[in-house]
Design a protein around this ligand. Sequence first.
Ligand SMILES: [Zn+2]
Length: 369
Amino acid sequence: MGTIEFDVALINGKLIYDGKVTLPIEYDGFAKTLVTPGFADAHAHPQVIDVGEKRRYKNSYDWIKRRKLRIDEKAIREDPDISSRLAAATMLLSVFDGVTLIALTGSVQGNVLALRSIYVHPRVVLQPTILDRKGWLSPQEFLYVMQSFLVESRNVYVGLFLHSLGLASLDTVRTTIRIAKEKDLIMAMHLSEGVYESQTMRELAAMNDFDAKSQLVVVHCFTEPSNCKMLFRGVVSCPTSNMYLYGRTIRSPSNYDALGSDWPLVTGTLRTALSQAHAVSGRRTLDVLINATVGGYRIYGVDWAGDALIFDSDLAKVLESPAEKPKYVFLEGREVIREGTINGSFDYRYAEKMKENVIKQAFEKYPVR
Ligand SMILES: [Zn+2]
């Protein structure tokens, strides 16, 4: 246990000024800003390193159809070395930024290998992506992956991710729902990203006897946020990618439950999404902070005891700038970042370098001409 005096603290979604608190962490002392639990990134694609040119797309399907990628995404997902180094860089950069929980979609093999290759990472919700396209998992393959990898690791939780209604056959949707039900897993999916899909999804859930209100997390939903809030377990907003692709996002924090970085290696970790969400929220600082911390833990049902961040800077700066790194990060009470470093030996610049190297190599190896 440790006793922390602070100027300001966000503790389990409450803001407290000039106080003292005892927490189950290895730290005694002072914090200008204390945040507990830390930040939760409720949606991230660690293998995405190119997103196409900036222009106004109508919706997610329009983007996937018209974008011109400079890199072969499928080849990256299938390359265990590159996809795992991308995931490792994502997790390290995130932890240096104070992200203590991250939900990872994309290459399950890459994400699992990454977890085995680094010894410091946030709590992770693994969300293998199910999609009817070559190079992605089918539901049957997902079951195989679950059984073979299943996750004795500490702080790793299994979920599953259906890419989207438009890119999955009815049969795949049904099977994904069935697996979520049978294995009692939280299912997540992209929904209502420039299109109206909430009613269809509600009906599909009802037809398959699936309690979407308690088991389905939906991502984006800027087209109809209040319907999504009402019908499903949780709404994850990704303001950074939404603004980039469509010039719009959910502004009111009452209309979503958690924040996602979406493309952490392209546009930055959850901290960029947090700054952006705050900027468009109309000064609803506390509500945005709740969504960026406990919100993500709640929708995935993850425990947060002993997760905490200690900043040397004031809260306004933390909100404004992702460059404002926590001095200490605690996970389950253990100190994982001390004085901005892991083990005193490397800091976030090491993770930056790692990211630059692997991205450079990926572009050299799998260019699209
Ligand atoms: Zn996404």
